[in-house]
Design a protein around this ligand. Structure first.
Ligand code: PLP
Length: 387
């Protein structure tokens, strides 16, 4: 049981939020996240020419080419870097990396659920040594430490479960033969990044790219491609064909995937990449998500019932804002009330188990909608304060 006041919970359950306060689009989830109406329009417009046609023919291959070249432009790909993709989402890419990028031993920063999952995959792989794991409490940031014992470093650019962002920079003293694998699933396309600091900057399309799930995409450095090719030729290492990075590289160079991709996901993704580019690229997206997340942080400063979960302002995510609610108020009653009014997916990450709101501000989330959400939350808190 929480320490929440029953009277206040009852008042929250009974409240009706005036319609004029509600945001035009009530989706604030951390993924799958809101898809813009224009993206859905484009899906309809290609419904007869691309959807339902062969993924080995020009219309779908052109779409894959559009995604790959759009991402190359968005991330200002350095010489020799390539955009590679495959089926299965970021979760599949962890296994792709375990087979095709980590040679003997990896180092993992673990600071929440997603970073833990990759570390567990690596720890469970019989062909790899026990990984070095550097942990921090949820809401805090561990530091990567150069180690001669590892051939790959792994951390999330944004830990979606806690709303912590980590800088993307090679650890001081990291050697040439050591790869940097960055899980950018929830922040790629929303924040500036220097791709030269990474060897695999990987993500899935259902978060900042406002598409649907099921694909992984990874920007690979020449060193990562070289590692994948070398490990792929090592006959002592069994690599399942679905998880073969060399096969994904070969297929991507032909603008296709090993097996059938979700074509609609590619259409929505291509539209969002082109839209971000048209708005001003990554610099624009970075500025926008700093603005919208900053609005939520300032709101938290204004409200005594609300405290940012991530204590260090420098570690707060610009795409996933986690806000603790005072224990006298049941946060679940707030999220349920908002859900009943069409404002959805601001519940905290389930395993974190906190009295919290978690609000995503991906590039597709308008400034006006965040302003409306804040008005709604003010209304909800103010009108039940005396209960
Ligand atoms: C959502 C998420 C994942 C999992 O992505 P899937 O495409 O569902 O496998 C992995 N890492 C991070 C940081 C995420 O936010």
């Amino acid at each position: 049981m929480t320490a929440a006041s029953t009277a206040r919970t009852d008042a929250l359950r009974a409240l009706t939020i005036p319609r004029h306060l509600l945001p035009a689009d009530g989706r604030f989830g951390s993924g799958p996240s809101r898809i813009r109406a224009e993206q859905m329009e484009s899906l309809r417009s290609v419904s007869a020419t691309v959807l339902g046609t062969s993924h080995r023919q020009a219309p779908v291959k052109d779409l894959v080419a559009r995604v790959r070249s759009g991402l190359s432009e968005l991330f200002a790909l350095p010489e020799g870097y390539e955009v590679v993709l495959g089926n299965g989402g970021s979760t599949a890419f962890w296994d792709v990396a375990v087979f095709g990028l980590i040679e003997k031993r990896s180092q993992h920063l673990v600071l929440g659920e997603f970073s833990q999952k990759f570390a567990s995959e690596s720890a469970g792989a019989p062909h790899l040594a026990e990984p070095e794991v550097l942990r921090a409490n949820p809401g805090e940031v561990p530091q990567a430490v150069a180690s001669a014992e590892v051939d790959a470093y792994a951390w999330p650019h944004n830990e979606t479960s806690t709303g912590v962002m980590i800088p993307v920079a090679r650890p001081d003293g990291a050697g040439d033969g050591q790869l940097v694998l960055v899980d950018a699933t929830s922040v790629a396309g929303a924040a500036s990044v220097d791709i030269t600091q990474t060897d695999a900057y990987y993500f899935a399309p259902q978060k900042a790219f406002a598409s649907d799930g099921g694909l992984w995409l990874s920007v690979l450095s020449p060193a990562a491609i070289e590692r994948a090719e070398r490990l792929g030729q090592d006959s002592s290492r069994w690599i399942p064909s679905f998880l073969s990075l060399t096969s994904a590289i070969d297929n991507s160079r032909k603008d296709q995937t090993l097996n059938t991709p979700a074509v609609a996901t590619l259409v929505l993704l291509a539209e969002q990449i082109d839209w971000i580019l048209a708005q001003g690229g990554l610099a624009w997206a970075d500025e926008r998500t700093r603005t919208t997340s900053g609005m939520l942080q300032s709101w938290a400063e204004r409200r005594e019932e609300i405290t940012p979960f991530v204590a260090d302002p420098a570690a707060r995510s610009q795409v996933v804002t986690t806000l603790d609610v005072d224990e006298s108020i049941d946060a679940t009653a707030i999220t349920s009330l908002l859900r009943a009014h069409g404002v959805v997916d601001i519940e905290p990450y389930r395993k974190l188990g906190r009295n919290q709101l978690r609000i995503a501000t991906f590039p597709a989330v308008d400034v006006e909608d965040v302003a409306s959400l804040i008005e709604v939350l003010d209304h909800v808190l103010d009108s039940t304060a005396d209960a």
